[in-house]
Structure formats: structure tokens, C-alpha cells
Design a binder for this molecule. Structure first.
Ligand SMILES: CC(C)(COP(=O)(O)OP(=O)(O)OC[C@H]1O[C@@H](n2cnc3c(N)ncnc32)[C@H](O)[C@@H]1OP(=O)(O)O)[C@@H](O)C(=O)NCCC(=O)NCCS
Length: 422
């Protein structure tokens, strides 16, 4: 159990380091606050903040506003699908947003021992950080206190974030004339992320969202996600936000899964889809040869015939980026218990020096462990230091299992290295 935990924490470490000091805007729709697991989602976000993520929370309140309008007997008036906010409606908006803001602030103040935030003081700030202007008169209809975003106090928000505070934004913006305006909270989330040049935008959603990743253009293939949400994610990507994550509220722990695991938890929408590692198939031989043939010609990799590759293809995994094969590795069985040989580790020269080979090795080690292997051998002529830096120790051809020794090419004189997997 404790070993499992240590293993999970180790696997999360690269993500924890990668997100430290990065800015993330998270949009929580009003539906989130109606759920029993609202506090759990909020605590997960607070945990990410505790791990160094700079966090801006944008709170939607549509169902809460709706509820107050109904209680006050005020009919909802829409024009072009946009709420007309008269003075009475604005009161309901203020009450709904105010109540929600206080609920979130109270939850994030939870400091009792044995609670998810136990002992840690989380500071939350909100205030006049969003400037709005009236939408005005549309087709002869006065939208009254319905407003549009004019400016976000990005510098102030950055200062708060740098000082370790969580910033809370709601759907009310103020104007230099001292009035309040009702804004669309999801638009505010995108605008805040864009103006803060956030690294990430998390869009939590009350709907089903499949796990995976895609480009903004490929979002069209996800017909089950409502167009409004797809278009929001697309606009966020167009606004320059590198990674937009659509996360279903229904999936427990979705925020932590998305931020700190390889598998993720929701749908990552990114113009620059990240690398994936997958098993190779027979259809990949041509792409694989394109990657390794130049290295074979340089004598860096042992030449493998097409036939040999076909025989071994099930032992290969490939790194793919935007459909292109940019890296590979093979994990070949050895005729000795719990031993395997890592071979043919290569990364396309234009994608080197960014941790990709290390990621391929980590994935190979994970597969090896899963297959009950705890001794990994590698034979290399030019990358000895690289493997030593990855925890391999220099060994000798005599240490190889006997039948592999017979195949050892003494002329090539590769160095043999070994790694004990824990
Ligand atoms: C070795 C190889 C797989 C590394 O790929 P990569 O994605 O650049 O590796 P990483 O980003 O994880 O590591 C990069 C670091 O390793 C260093 N490195 C790269 N190749 C190295 C080598 N042959 N020997 C020693 N160090 C090496 C880089 O200088 C870099 O360190 P730095 O940024 O501190 O200077 C790649 O260079 C390659 O494809 N080489 C040809 C094939 C090969 O030799 N394979 C090994 C035999 S199976």
C-alpha cells in the first residue's frame, strides 16, 4: 500500500514540478456548487494551489440566479439568448454571486485537522478586479445592467498570485461610473486566462466529457459535447491559451487526475497536441524505418532488416506527435527470468533534448515492471553517459544471459549497461 502510494507520488513528481509557478484559470459553472462533491472539487483545486499552481477561480452562478429570480417571482427576460438585467434582476445576480463567493471563501478557509486543507491557511482574494461596460441597446432592446468585459486587472491579479493567494472572480463587473454589470462568467474565464497569459484553462462541466486530447479543429468530432462548450474551448485556444481542459464534474478527482497523471482526466484541447507513446503495429514499419535508418547508417544503432523489425514489432513502442513518429524504443525479452533488453531507443533529432528519450525509457520501465521484469540491459556504443545518467550501471558482456552473449557482436564492442528496477 505505502509502496503504491510512493509510486504514485513519484509518477506525479514531473507534473508537480512542471506546474509549479504556472498560472491556471479554473471555471466552475453554477451547477458545480449544487453538487454534493463541490467541496471535494474545490479542495482538489486548493491542493493543486498548495503544490505551486497559481490559481484563479471563476465562478458561474446561472442556476443560482435562476432560483432567486423564481423565488422573487421575476420572469427571466432574454434577448438573443442574453439575460436582460433590470434593477430587480441585478439584485438577484448580486445575491446569488455574493452567496456563492462567501460559500467558496468559507470552504477554502477550512482549517481543522483531518480535513483536506487541515492546518494550511489558504488566502483568497476577490474585489473590483473586473471592469465592465454596459452592453447597451441591442435591436432597440435596452440590456440595462447586462454588461461586457472591458478590462481585467491583470497586474493586480498577478501580484496576488505571486503572493500565494487564490483569486476569485464572479460574473459581476464594475464600471468607472460606479455601477455593476452582469457578465457571462464563462467568457470572463476565457478573457481572464487570455489577459493573464495563463498556461492552462480548466473548464469544469456538468456534462459527460470523454477523456483524451485533440486539436481545436478536431473538436468537431465530439458531437456529444454541446457546441457552446466546444466553441468556448476553441476561442480559448485562439486567444493563445496553450492548454484548455474540458473536465467532467461527474468524474471524482478529475482535476488532480488531469493535472498530475499521464492518463489525465478529461479532454485536453491544444493547438499543439502533446506527444503520445503507444505500442507499434505492423503498419508502422515504414515510419519506424524513416526514424532509425539514418541512425543505422551512422552506425549509432544496430542495423535491423525490415523482416527483423516485422518479427519484433510487438516489442516496440512509438512516440507520436501530431501523427508523426518521432521516437521509439524496443523492450526485447531475454532468455533469463525477469530480464529484458532495452533496444533501439531513438528520438528524431529535431525533437531531442526535451526529455523525450527519458519519457520513452520511463514508459519502457513501467511496461517491464508490469511484466514482472526487474533487470534491464542495454547495449550501446554512443550513449553510455546518457544511460548512466538515467540510473544504469556499466556492466560487461559476460553479465548478459548466456544465449544473448552468443549473439554479442565483439567487433561492434558495445558497452553493456544494466539497471535494477525497483
Ligand atoms: C540518446 C537519445 C535517445 C536521447 O534523446 P533525447 O530525447 O534528446 O534525450 P533527453 O531529452 O531525455 O536527454 C537529453 C540530455 O541527454 C544528453 N545526451 C543526448 N545524447 C547523449 C549521448 N549520446 N550521450 C550522452 N548524453 C547525451 C543531452 O546532451 C541532454 O542533456 P543536456 O540537455 O543537459 O545537455 C538521442 O540522442 C538519440 O536518439 N540518439 C541516437 C540513438 C542512440 O544512441 N540510442 C541509444 C542506443 S539504444
Amino acid at each position: 500500500m505505502s509502496q503504491d502510494f510512493a509510486q504514485h507520488l513519484r509518477q506525479a513528481a514531473p507534473f508537480i514540478h512542471a506546474h509549479q509557478g504556472r498560472t491556471c484559470v479554473a471555471y466552475l459553472p453554477g451547477e458545480a456548487a449544487l453538487r454534493e462533491d463541490f467541496a471535494a472539487h474545490l479542495f482538489d483545486l486548493a491542493l493543486a494551489h498548495g503544490l505551486g499552481l497559481r490559481l484563479v477561480l471563476v465562478l458561474g452562478a446561472r442556476p443560482q440566479i435562476q432560483q432567486r429570480l423564481e423565488q422573487a417571482g421575476i420572469p427571466e427576460r432574454l434577448h438573443h439568448n442574453l439575460r436582460i438585467t433590470d434593477a430587480a434582476t441585478l439584485d438577484c445576480v448580486r445575491q446569488a454571486c455574493g452567496a456563492l463567493r462567501h460559500e467558496v471563501e468559507a470552504l477554502l478557509s477550512t482549517a481543522l485537522a483531518r480535513t483536506p486543507l487541515g492546518g494550511r491557511r489558504v488566502e483568497v482574494v476577490s474585489g473590483n478586479l473586473v471592469t465592465a461596460r454596459p452592453t447597451g441597446i441591442v435591436d432597440g432592446v435596452d440590456m440595462q445592467h447586462t454588461g461586457e468585459l472591458r478590462r481585467i486587472a491583470a497586474d493586480s491579479i498577478r501580484t496576488h498570485l505571486a503572493q500565494g493567494r487564490i483569486v476569485l472572480l464572479s460574473c459581476i463587473g464594475t464600471s468607472p461610473t460606479g455601477e455593476s454589470f452582469n457578465l457571462r462568467s464563462e467568457e470572463l474565464a476565457v478573457a481572464a486566462a487570455a489577459s493573464l497569459q495563463a498556461d492552462k484553462l480548466l473548464l469544469l462541466s456538468p456534462r459527460e466529457i470523454p477523456a483524451g486530447e485533440c486539436t481545436p479543429a478536431a473538436l468537431d468530432d465530439y458531437a456529444d459535447i454541446p457546441e457552446a462548450e466546444r466553441s468556448l474551448a476553441r476561442r480559448a485556444c485562439d486567444a493563445g491559451i496553450g492548454r484548455v481542459h474540458l473536465l467532467p464534474l461527474d468524474r471524482p478527482g478529475v482535476v488532480l487526475g488531469e493535472l498530475y497523471t499521464q492518463a489525465g482526466g478529461g479532454l485536453l484541447v491544444s493547438a499543439q497536441v502533446s506527444d503520445t507513446i503507444r505500442p507499434a503495429t505492423i503498419d508502422d514499419i515504414a515510419g519506424l524505418l524513416g526514424l532509425i535508418a539514418p541512425l543505422e547508417q551512422q552506425g549509432v544503432l544496430v542495423p535491423r532488416s525490415r523482416e527483423q523489425l516485422e518479427l519484433d514489432i510487438e516489442h516496440f513502442a512509438l512516440m507520436e506527435r501530431d501523427g508523426a513518429i518521432i521516437g521509439c524504443r524496443a523492450l526485447l525479452p531475454l532468455p533469463a527470468p525477469r530480464c529484458a533488453e532495452l533496444a533501439c531507443l531513438a528520438v528524431d533529432p529535431q525533437w531531442q533534448r526535451d526529455g523525450r528519450a527519458a519519457a520513452l525509457l520511463a514508459q519502457a520501465e513501467q511496461s517491464a515492471r508490469a511484466a514482472g521484469i526487474d533487470q534491464l540491459y542495454v547495449l550501446t556504443t554512443r550513449a553510455v553517459h546518457w544511460f548512466v545518467e538515467q540510473g544504469f550501471v556499466v556492466s560487461s558482456p559476460e553479465a548478459l544471459p548466456a544465449s544473448r552473449q552468443e549473439l554479442y557482436n565483439w567487433q561492434r564492442a558495445s558497452q553493456v549497461l544494466r539497471k535494477q528496477l525497483d
